[in-house]
Design a protein around this ligand. Structure first.
Ligand SMILES: NC(=O)c1ccc[n+]([C@@H]2O[C@H](COP(=O)([O-])OP(=O)(O)OC[C@H]3O[C@@H](n4cnc5c(N)ncnc54)[C@H](OP(=O)(O)O)[C@@H]3O)[C@@H](O)[C@H]2O)c1
Length: 240
């Protein structure tokens, strides 16, 4: 896909991997729909991008936001071509300390929203005979880690769901893929601390958000006949 003038919706664009993906796609000429809860961050990003963009601030767990994002893309740019389901957070704790409401929230943000947006945009892409969906998983989706059960299970579910949708939509001209990052230097661990958790700290050189953004750009820029359906990107010294 030539990204120039394509319209891409990026969730979780206010920080980390989503912000880096938005910048990478914009540098390649794509127009952007940016979403996350922190509107001030999205507006600052919008002002820094070389291409046109629109902002929709909101909680990705809100069932109405999928249609709102598609409507905004159509209203502002006439269409949508790319969906990047990136918004998410990590919550881990031993069983005695687990916050069940936070676990439920993680399922809603990291999985339910991915499913809703994938179906809403997938239908649109199928009808127009082209489009691409990339869902951000994690190497955790292939791992079984004590205290990480819900996060790993949710990312595994994102991968299985995405593979199923890839097969269902492949002959319609719509590509679906997952990118699974390893440990990446973002705010995800600060969010964990804000929840009173102790993030795992590894003495390794973490991936940068730009590394994941480059991988996503690589996936999108393949010719129509090729679909990089699963891309696992480890930090080189990652022991997982
Ligand atoms: N960093 C890693 O090591 C790593 C590894 C593997 C996979 N991942 C995955 O990569 C994705 C991005 O994470 P990151 O590392 O870039 O973390 P981050 O820096 O904390 O960014 C998370 C993004 O998701 C948004 N978000 C979180 N909850 C939201 C909600 N309820 N509604 C709307 N937006 C929400 C945040 O925006 P607001 O707070 O403004 O809403 C922010 O833009 C996640 O799916 C994560 O699981 C990360």
């Amino acid at each position: 896909m030539d990204l120039n003038n394509k319209v891409a919706v990026v969730t979780g664009a206010s920080a980390g991997i989503g912000e880096a993906i938005a910048k990478a796609l914009s540098s390649a000429g794509a127009k952007l729909i940016l979403t996350a809860r922190r509107e001030d961050r999205l507006q600052a990003l919008q002002n820094s991008l070389p291409t046109e963009s629109a902002v929709l601030a909101g909680d990705i767990a809100d069932p109405a936001i999928a249609d709102q994002l598609l409507d905004l893309a159509k209203e502002k740019f006439g269409r949508a071509d790319i969906l990047i389901n990136n918004a998410g957070f990590l919550s881990t704790n031993p069983i005695d300390m687990i916050d069940l409401d936070l676990m439920t929230q993680m399922i809603r943000v990291n999985l339910e929203a991915v499913v809703r947006l994938s179906y809403v945009f997938g239908r649109e892409f199928k009808a127009q005979g082209e489009g691409a969906i990339i869902n951000v998983s994690s190497i955790g989706g292939s791992l079984t880690v004590p205290t990480w059960g819900v996060y790993c299970a949710v990312k595994a579910a994102v991968e299985t769901f995405s593979q199923s949708l890839r097969i269902e939509l492949g002959s319609s001209g719509v590509k679906v893929g997952i990118v699974a990052p390893g440990s990446t230097k973002t705010e995800i661990f600060e969010v964990q601390k804000a929840h009173g958790e102790n993030p795992v700290e590894q003495e390794i050189d973490y991936l940068e958000a730009d590394d994941i953004a480059n991988a996503v750009k690589f996936m999108l820029e393949q010719p129509n006949r090729a679909n990089v359906s699963r891309l696992h990107l480890y930090a080189s010294a990652e022991i997982a």
